[in-house]
Design a protein around this ligand. Structure first.
Ligand SMILES: Nc1ncnc2c1ncn2[C@@H]1O[C@H](COP(=O)(O)OP(=O)(O)OP(=O)(O)O)[C@@H](O)[C@H]1O
Ligand SMILES: [Mg+2]
Length: 301
């Protein structure tokens, strides 16, 4: 056991909206620590034949435990774990769901008991639907959420870098406007924080996004509220198609592509998070795209 790279009982549940990086983080973690990883698409364990779901779960875990013992460490990743462990599961027969859940619980308990160097990671978009006993079996719960404007800036920059490295021209206006808009948002956020007693996150607060100066100078970060990393990636892909024609990724094309793909938040929340006046603004694509006011630099707030 001393030789293992992992602490026994490493069971982690990753939960949060689709496209926020649960699968990518797991893959990156395995790569970083050079630990073999088996990704299980949980719905593929579900069988129409009675009892086969439980057998499938057992088989995959037993094989992984064996490899973990031989290798010193192994990660078993149950992607979309709700497929086998929730009311939403694809298993139609209630008894079969119960048996699958119980089997899963027993397996985790067994792994923990024997200190098998097997990390079990589960990911779900439907945490509310997850069986509470399953939830409790995971030692760590890692919440994923829609990226803040700080993170969105970093993600966009990393994509832009990749495009530049691929020798595709990128209009400087994109990064210049991104930086200007970011500086304005950051300074506004700082001011709001100092006004608030608690240092709570205000990235989604109306006070920030309903601010007149922020709305007037809205750009990519304003547009991409409620976008996940995956949405941004899709926007970049669309923009790249457009760039093929002109050999350059323009600000206009980039914004238009991001508008085109839309954000995930609007799909996962019943109540759209924008106020009525903001909705009117974002519908007015012409204003949004041609708005380069923020290039003049942050204004006094
Ligand atoms: N925080 C992030 N930083 C950089 N890229 C991200 C981030 N989040 C998501 N992405 C991008 O989005 C893509 C999809 O993310 P991923 O599949 O990991 O999301 P997920 O949370 O597993 O989604 P799902 O719940 O639908 O399975 C990744 O390939 C990555 O390029
Ligand atoms: Mg995933």
């Amino acid at each position: 056991m001393k030789k293992t790279k992992l602490v026994p009982n490493l069971t982690v549940l990753l939960y949060g909206p689709p496209g926020t990086g649960k699968t990518s983080l797991t893959r990156a973690f395995a790569k970083e620590f050079d630990i073999p990883l088996c990704v299980v698409e949980s719905d593929r364990l579900v069988s129409a034949l009675l009892g086969d779901t439980v057998k499938n779960i057992r088989k995959v875990v037993e094989l992984s435990a064996q490899i973990a013992e031989e290798n010193g460490a192994f990660i078993l990743f149950f992607d979309e774990i709700d497929a086998i462990a929730s009311e939403r599961s694809n298993i139609h027969e209630v008894g079969e769901i119960k048996r699958a859940v119980i089997s899963f619980l027993q397996i985790i308990d067994k792994i923990n008991y024997f200190g098998t160097p097997l990390a079990i990671i589960g990911a779900t978009n439907h945490q509310d639907q997850l069986d509470s006993a399953i939830w409790r079996r995971f030692t760590f719960h890692l919440k994923f959420d829609f990226p803040s404007f700080h993170l969105r800036k970093k993600i966009i920059e990393s994509f832009i870098n990749k495009i530049s490295n691929a020798k595709i021209g990128v209009d400087d206006v994109i990064l210049v406007s991104l930086n200007k808009e970011y500086a304005l948002l950051k300074s506004k956020e700082e001011k709001l924080k100092s006004l608030m007693s608690k240092k709570k996150s205000i990235q989604d607060s109306n006070a920030l996004w309903n601010d007149k100066t922020i709305i007037e100078n809205r750009g990519i970060l304003f547009l991409t509220r409620g976008y996940t990393g995956a949405d941004l990636e899709r926007g970049v892909r669309v923009a790249l198609f457009k760039a093929l024609k002109s050999d350059i990724l323009t600000y206009e094309n980039f914004v238009h592509s991001l508008e085109l793909v839309g954000g995930t938040k609007i799909h996962v929340e019943q109540q759209y998070f924008l106020s009525a006046s903001e909705r009117k603004y974002s519908r007015d694509k012409k204003i949004l795209r041609i708005n380069h006011n923020h290039l003049e630099g942050p204004r006094e707030i």
